[in-house]
Design a protein around this ligand. Structure first.
Ligand SMILES: [Zn+2]
Length: 140
């Protein structure tokens, strides 16, 4: 079995027997010796991975902590989810996973906090309205 390995000096595609992997081989074209390494099949070409947006998503998550959580919270959550899915599917640079996840969690926490405040707030308002109506009805 041979595999095609590009020469690092002249980029010529060389047929290298698999036995030679990990050993120094010499390029017949430019006489450069280099370590033959198996080249991964083109299922995951490095250049075709989308750039991660971990920095952006973390900034959105942090923004949601300080102002306009209604906008930035869901944005960080949704973008973070989409990008993490893309990383797991091998379509995006996975080196940004930590940043992306941090921003996503921040956004998620802010969304859930807002929902909690909203639910609590409407319960309180509802209780006040019911109390006011009850006391109003009681006076008649
Ligand atoms: Zn060469």
């Amino acid at each position: 079995m041979t595999a095609v390995v590009p020469c690092p000096a002249c980029t010529r595609a060389l047929q290298v027997p698999e036995d030679c992997f990990g050993h120094a081989v010499q390029c017949p074209e430019c006489r450069q010796t280099f370590h033959a390494e198996p080249v991964d099949a083109p299922q995951e070409p490095q250049g075709h991975l989308a750039e991660h947006r971990g920095g952006l998503i973390l900034v959105l998550g942090i923004l949601s902590l300080t102002f306009m959580p209604v906008v930035f919270g869901p944005l960080a959550w949704i973008l973070g989810n989409a990008d993490l899915a893309a990383m797991r599917a091998g379509r995006m640079d996975p080196s940004g996973e930590g940043l992306t996840n941090a921003g996503r969690v921040l956004g998620m926490v802010m969304v859930l906090l807002q929902l909690g405040v909203l639910v609590l707030g409407s319960l309180v308002v509802g209780a006040i309205v019911i109390a006011a109506m009850a006391s109003h009805a009681g006076r008649h």
